[in-house]
Structures are given as structure tokens and as C-alpha cells.
Design a protein around this ligand. Structure first.
Ligand SMILES: [Zn+2]
Length: 403
């Protein structure tokens, strides 16, 4: 077992908190969206070099990786932070708000990069305790751009024999929870998120003579309701399913029956088996309802991020590490999965590991009304980053303690 003194890890992280706050604010000011984040990449690279590490840059995106070699041989653990912001106009009122109108770090990925860079410093100072190495993964394009998948395709998990990546860990910060608290869940943590694109093709005409047309609008209405009946009647309530039609577009004015009705929506599931069953069910319902009314459906179901599944054993060990660092009272198991999605799921499909949540609700804010992630008013409480850095480092040290 590890001889790591975990409370010391938190003290060490708290000692570098002023540096982390400064770094986080610099990142917060320069949010970038998508897969190409040159300004963000430059700061990450500079920080890694300052730690004596050799950053490697992605070829298809502005990702960054770096390796912290331990003093003794052993496997590799991957620690991941995402790097991208969101297309939002920031209205936090913070002195260090985004300098780019219309772009904002509203999901806390600025804090993730900062915490991982903080953890890197703690780990560089503790190479003697490491049997193996830590692979730092900084990925762009988490917000729907599949940045993690690009890095996997570039071979970040390809390691020489004996140095295989045997664990992976990531944090996501969240204002839902009290600052500095750590939240975990074995098994499914986040949903798969797939896309529905449906065009119902009829035949337009005068709205006073619907019998001389094929009106797609009532068929669209029936499809929307039939999908909800399908979810509640056909799918196990203990295997969560969400189907939301979020965009409906048909017609132009009072007296024209349009040619088409267009529906778009999202499918959220937390098991691959249920995901496949829901896709099949949507095809069945859409084709059946449309056939009943003599209209033609053009349906595309596009796969988004897969289910994010935490390995139970890894999760248990990491939760123990978190308890040692912040105390058992500040660590809790989540009752339910979250129906959002994450592209760290691609890593967890290949490597046993876990994503945890880190609370960052400012103590002065009301938990009932505090803006949440993806709000243009969200504020993450910066002192939580010390906990994040310490737990990132602690999980790696425990995994690589060399038995
Ligand atoms: Zn996020």
C-alpha cells in the first residue's frame, strides 16, 4: 500500500492555491471553443515546461500530453482535463471575465486544466513515490466535438509493454455541490447522448382543403406523443431513458399546408443495451405512425458520446483516496446518474477508471438559485481547486504505489 501522507497532499495543494487561482483566471480570460484552442494550448504548454516536463502537441487538434516519469518501473495512469469553453456571452461580473465576447468558460474547464497542472506539480515533487508514470491528458473539444476520441485515434493510449495505461481519472467541477466536496458513483455516471433528425414528408396545399393534401403536421404531433408513450411503456424505468423532441419546424403561415415537418431531438440512455433498444423503438414508432398516415419519414439517428461508465473497483479506491484527503464527511456517493454526456466516456471504454464530480458552490450563494454549469452567470468557487489538485495527485500516487 501507499505510504503517501494524504493530508500533506491537501496542504501542499493549498500552498500553491494562489498560483492556481492566478493561472485559472488567465485561462478564464481567453476561452476558446471547439478543437482548435491555440491560446489555451500555449498556456498549458508554458506551465508544463515550467515544471520541467516535455509537452507533446496533438496533430489533429490542439491537445497536449505530458508524462511524469516515476522513480521506479510500473504501469501508467492517465489523468485528464478538458480545455474548451462555450459559445456564451459571459455575465458573471468577474474582474477576470472573458475577453472574447460570445465565448466563455461556463463549464469550468478552466478549473480542470488548472487543477491538473496543480496535480502535475505535486506529482513532479513526489516522483520517488511513483512506480510507473502519469500521463497528463489535456483535451480540447469536449463540448460535443469528440476531442477525446481524436486523441485516442492519435494513439495516446499506445504504450510500450509493461507501461500500459491501467487506470484513468478525471474530475468535473460543479456548482450543484458545496465547495470542496467530492462526489462519486460506481457504474454508469453519465448518459449516452444521441441525435434525432426526422423529416416527415407529405404534400402541401391549401389549408382549407386538407383532404387534397398530405398534411405532415398532425403526423408530427402524433409521432412526438407516440415517442413519449414508447419511453414510458416499453423501456425499463430502472434503466433511465430520455427522448426529447426539442425542435419542431413546419409551415409558414395561416393558410398553407406545408410539404414537410422537421423534428430534432436528443436520446439519453445509461446502458449500451438500452441505447440500442431505444434506437430500434424510435425507428419502429416513426415508421409505423408515418405509414399509418401515408407520409414518408426520413429518419437519421446519429450517435453522440457513449455512456460514461465508472469502473467499480477503481471508483472505490479513488473514493477512499478522496476520503483520506478531505475527510469522509466531504465525500459522498451520488444516488443517480446524470443524463448529461461526456467524451471521457471514450477513454473509459478502453481503460478502467472513473470520473468524479467536485463541488464548487460559492458558500455565499444560495444552492437553490446559484447559476449552474453552462449558465453565462456561473461562478466556480476557486478554493475547491486545491481539493481537486490534491485528489488528482492522490489517485495517481495510490494507483502507482507499486503494491
Ligand atoms: Zn464540462
Amino acid at each position: 500500500m501507499s505510504t503517501t501522507n494524504q493530508p500533506d497532499l491537501l496542504a501542499a495543494a493549498q500552498a500553491i492555491l494562489p498560483h492556481l487561482v492566478d493561472l485559472r483566471r488567465r485561462l478564464h480570460q481567453i476561452p476558446e471553443v471547439g478543437l482548435q484552442l491555440p491560446k489555451t494550448q500555449a498556456i498549458v504548454v508554458e506551465e508544463l515546461r515550467a515544471l520541467g516536463l516535455e509537452p507533446r502537441l496533438g496533430t489533429s487538434t490542439t491537445s497536449v500530453t505530458a508524462v511524469i516519469e516515476g522513480a521506479r518501473p510500473g504501469p501508467t495512469i492517465l489523468l485528464r482535463a478538458d480545455m474548451d469553453g462555450l459559445p456564451l456571452l459571459e455575465e458573471t461580473g468577474l474582474a477576470f471575465a472573458s475577453e472574447t465576447p460570445g465565448t466563455m468558460h461556463a463549464c469550468g474547464h478552466d478549473t480542470h486544466m488548472t487543477m491538473l497542472l496543480g496535480a502535475a506539480r505535486l506529482l513532479v515533487e513526489r516522483r520517488e513515490e511513483i512506480a510507473g508514470r502519469v500521463l497528463l491528458m489535456f483535451q480540447p473539444g469536449e463540448e460535443g466535438y469528440h476531442g477525446a476520441r481524436f486523441m485516442l485515434e492519435e494513439g495516446i493510449l499506445d504504450r510500450p509493454a509493461g507501461q500500459e495505461v491501467t487506470g484513468a481519472f478525471a474530475f468535473h467541477i460543479w456548482t450543484r455541490y458545496a465547495t470542496g466536496t467530492v462526489w462519486f458513483r460506481p457504474g454508469p455516471l453519465l448518459a449516452a447522448a444521441d441525435f434525432i433528425d426526422l423529416t416527415i414528408r407529405g404534400r402541401g396545399g391549401h389549408a382549407s382543403e386538407p383532404f387534397k393534401t398530405v398534411d405532415p403536421i398532425p403526423v408530427a404531433a402524433e409521432v412526438i406523443l407516440a415517442l413519449q408513450a414508447m419511453v414510458t411503456r416499453r423501456h425499463d424505468v430502472f434503466d433511465p431513458t430520455v427522448v426529447t423532441i426539442a425542435h419542431v419546424d413546419a409551415g409558414t403561415t395561416y393558410n398553407i399546408i406545408p410539404e414537410t415537418a422537421i423534428l430534432q431531438g436528443t436520446i439519453r440512455t445509461t446502458s449500451e443495451a438500452n441505447r440500442a433498444a431505444v434506437h430500434a423503438g424510435i425507428r419502429r414508432v416513426v415508421e409505423g405512425v408515418c405509414a399509418a398516415h401515408g407520409v414518408t419519414p426520413e429518419l437519421a439517428l446519429t450517435g453522440g458520446f457513449p455512456v460514461t461508465v465508472n469502473d467499480p473497483v477503481f471508483t472505490g479506491v479513488a473514493a477512499d483516496v478522496a476520503r483520506e484527503i478531505v475527510g469522509a464527511d466531504a465525500v459522498a456517493e451520488m444516488a443517480d446518474p446524470i443524463m448529461g454526456a461526456e467524451d471521457f466516456s471514450y477513454v473509459l471504454q478502453r481503460v478502467p477508471g472513473a470520473m468524479f464530480f467536485l463541488g464548487a458552490l460559492d458558500p455565499e450563494e444560495d444552492p437553490a438559485s446559484a447559476p449552474q454549469n453552462h449558465s453565462n452567470k456561473v461562478r466556480h468557487h476557486e478554493p475547491a481547486m486545491a481539493v481537486g489538485a490534491a485528489v488528482y495527485a492522490g489517485v495517481a500516487l495510490r494507483h502507482l504505489a507499486g503494491g
